[in-house]
Design a protein around this ligand. Structure first.
Ligand code: AMP
Length: 407
């Protein structure tokens, strides 16, 4: 069924058409009818599945059915500032032809403009629990007219220690409300929180066996820790037009890999928690706009962030937590698009690979690099040859390089 056939407000259909959303994704197909009926929903959904529109479309429809002056009727709680900005944008896009006002609210920036926007009246608020809690306590915000509560990335909110804030805020909401609970993973702590705040929910779980999106072809290659930059250089040169997102383990490594790529003529954007909020948003925007095709980041960026048209995800380092693997590779192949992901696995990272395979319940396919191609990749790097060993290797390798050039 296409969106034009849905029983939703024509103003929403007009926006969906403009966004190029014609058919619902799996989660939208499953969640929208229940949410339209006013039911509570508990959804375990992978990243990049279209879950934001899965709740934004029916919520906007609900708010349009009963026209009211601007009062806060929908509250969406999210774990991070970036996600608050992104989800508020989706709401604004879909509600673009309506009178509804949307605000994204998060910490790390001045509070006064936010309080001012709240005073002018809004209908939909997308907020991180910390700043929301502060504004409620200072009397800038009343929650007693909220009809719909959404908890997005609930698992990440618990990881960030927001449980008390969430519980305190939920107590301030009307008990008669619709609650929509989204989490990428499920465990006992999530279940406990969910069952405390949803009522007789409709449960939706997408592909429980393999949480990696079906749209992503993902594989791994065995590469020594010190050789990874040469293989990244090769990959980026072979895919000169691709938009690539590279995940590394630490801030320091993010800066180092970026410097190594610059030495071989490949500029990049870098994002990690050491950068301030304004920088992080700007980096994301530059990458989104295509000012640079390469973003090197730590896991600060793995969850929930929607960057359209990422063609390739590189796990330069494997993540320590298997769930992060799913979030990382979920940055590509979003919506109805296809994507590719590759992980560089050094011998010391093999236990992490095993843990990821146990978590996803699948065996990740290996992209074999034969010894000759491995040596050539290192020999052909354009990196400045501080490394004497590399020069030696190049010399030792010269005959085989010549052979390759002839063929
Ligand atoms: P999300 O999981 O909400 O972050 O969405 C992932 C991506 O899918 C975003 O880039 C959306 O713009 C895109 N998307 C969501 N719904 C649809 C749809 N029905 N058709 C095409 N793309 C979609």
């Amino acid at each position: 069924m296409k969106f034009v056939q849905y029983n939703i407000d024509p103003a929403i259909k007009e926006s969906l058409e403009a966004l190029g959303f014609r058919k619902p994704t799996d989660i939208q197909y499953k969640a929208i009818p229940s949410i339209l009926k006013g039911e509570d929903v508990l959804a375990i959904a992978q990243t990049g599945t279209g879950k934001t529109a899965a709740f934004a479309i029916p919520i906007i429809d609900r708010l349009l059915r009963k026209k009211q002056p601007h009062v806060l009727r929908c509250l969406v709680m999210v774990p991070t500032r970036e996600l608050a900005v992104q989800i508020a944008t989706v709401f604004r896009d879909i509600a673009g032809h309506t009178h509804l006002k949307v605000l994204g609210l998060f910490g790390g920036v001045e509070q006064n403009p936010q309080a001012g926007a709240l005073r002018n009246g809004i209908d939909i608020l997308v907020a991180t629990p910390g700043r929301l809690f502060d504004l409620v306590h200072q009397g800038h915000l009343v929650l007693d007219r909220v009809e719909v509560l959404v908890l997005d990335e609930a698992d990440h909110m618990l990881d960030l220690g927001f449980l008390t804030d969430i519980n305190d805020l939920v107590r301030k909401l009307p008990t008669r409300r619709q609650t929509l609970f989204f989490s990428a993973t499920i465990n006992d702590r999530i279940k406990e929180l969910a069952y405390r705040i949803v009522k007789k929910p409709i449960r939706i779980q997408l592909s429980p066996k393999d949480p990696v999106s079906k749209n992503v072809d993902h594989a791994f290659a065995r590469i020594g820790m010190d050789d990874k930059r040469f293989f990244l250089e090769k990959l980026l040169k072979e895919r000169a037009d691709a938009k690539v997102l590279v995940f590394v383990r630490t801030r320091l490594r993010a800066d180092r890999v970026s410097a190594a790529m610059l030495r071989v003529g490949i500029p990049s954007l870098v994002m990690h928690s050491g950068k301030d909020q304004a920088d992080r948003l700007q980096v994301l925007e530059s990458f989104r706009q295509g000012d640079s095709r390469l973003l090197i980041t730590t896991d600060v960026n793995a969850r929930g962030i929607d960057i359209p048209d990422v063609d390739y995800v590189v796990n330069y380092d494997l993540p320590d937590h298997p769930e992060s693997y799913v979030h990382r590779v979920g940055r590509t192949g979003r919506g109805l698009k296809r994507g590719e992901a590759i992980s560089f696995v050094s011998p010391e990272e093999e236990p992490l690979l095993d843990a990821i395979e146990a978590y996803t319940g699948t065996e990740i396919s290996e992209r074999n690099i034969d010894a000759e191609s491995y040596r050539l990749t290192i020999a052909e790097t354009e990196d400045t040859p501080h490394d004497n060993w590399r020069k030696l290797l190049e010399e030792a390798d010269a005959p085989s390089k010549k052979r390759r050039k002839k063929s």
